[in-house]
Design a protein around this ligand. Sequence first.
Ligand code: CO
Length: 221
Amino acid sequence: MKEYSKLLLSNKAWAKEKLNLDEEYFHNLAKDQKPLFLWIGCADSRVPAEEVTNTQPGEVFVHRNVANLVVHTDMNLLSVLQYAVEVLLVKHVIVCGHYGCGGVKAAMGNQDLGLINKWLRNIKEVYDKHGYELKNVSDEKLRFDRLVELNVEEQVKNLSKTTIIQRAWKNRQFPHLHGWVFDMSTGIIKEIINIESNSELEPIFKYEFHTDEVITNSSIH
Ligand code: CO
């Protein structure tokens, strides 16, 4: 059997199983989505958002890229974030990294990897920002683990620097921001950072909104 045929066969079996449990399952799934969570995770095949959080279709809005980065010029990420925050009105945005992340590992090295250098450069900036702490961790594995955590922390802070998040905080005191790291050797997620709405930001990153710019929840729909 061709590798991909297995996926299509499995899909049919899955759909049948869902219908056996609830014949209205797909009828209800097709109606609408009201996820409470936006998940920004690594593209790594071993960290599927729904699987590791035991959530069902409809519960988590998902964006994944190499090393779960929040880059302020990334239209893809920003479009997902805007839609999730302003239209779906998610209450939590989770950045979930993972130990053993190939993207973070590559960023720790000096090899020229072509185009992806530009993407990984963002992680090198995190390394540089926390250089003092990291240089004092002599064990390479521990330094790698710590950079995974610091990378998640900085990406969560990047979220708080966007007008999308700051405007939502002003309008509806949500979403809360969370930084997590998944440990694939245990299956357990470690909490690294939580940022509640309207937390103090470095003044240089804080935007002021004119009152007439403040969108009410009712005007979004
Ligand atoms: Co990864």
